[in-house]
Design a protein around this ligand. Sequence first.
Ligand code: C5P
Length: 193
Amino acid sequence: MPFTIAIDGPAASGKGTIARALAHHFGFAHLDTGLLYRAVGAKGGDPVAAARSLTPDDLARDDLRSARAGQAASRVAAIPEVRAALVEFQRRFARSEPGAVLDGRDIGTVICPDAELKLYVTANDEIRARRRAKELGADEAQMLRELRERDARDVARAVAPMRPAPDAVLLDTSEMSIDDAVTRAITCAKEAG
Ligand code: C5P
């Protein structure tokens, strides 16, 4: 039986870094599910058709990490048919042997409610804005506005809103170094195994 780790949380909370580190540590496959929504948003045209015809090439575009792509992603991510089109791929990925780490917004609640470990990673929004501004070389105040706008949309949408699964372990990284956060996550995974 493969071991699945579901990691959810808002942008720049540290969930992507933690997901990559866990996958590396345990030799698991890793899927950044935000990339799927970013690719759908960036493709343009009808988002439902884009989601249904997503190819590996779409995921390899080099403009997907921008703040603009993040905003476009969160708009298409509110469309139920877009989400539905991406479910099967994510669930299949989650069954990778010997295990898989998926990070996103609805992994513990919708995609993999039976995951062996669910983590919900958060951090204070000003700290997240600072991290993301540094990463993208962008203005911190503008980043804060964008993150708040995106979080509000992700939390308020009717389908698969961003929220912790009832049995998720909460990890607040505001005052934590990335190494400490990764160590905590590895400990949680060992305890869950
Ligand atoms: O994680 P990332 O910032 O790349 O995600 C971009 C957007 O994609 C999020 O703001 C959210 O709207 C959407 N998303 C989602 N469900 C996921 C992953 C991402 O709705 N599992």
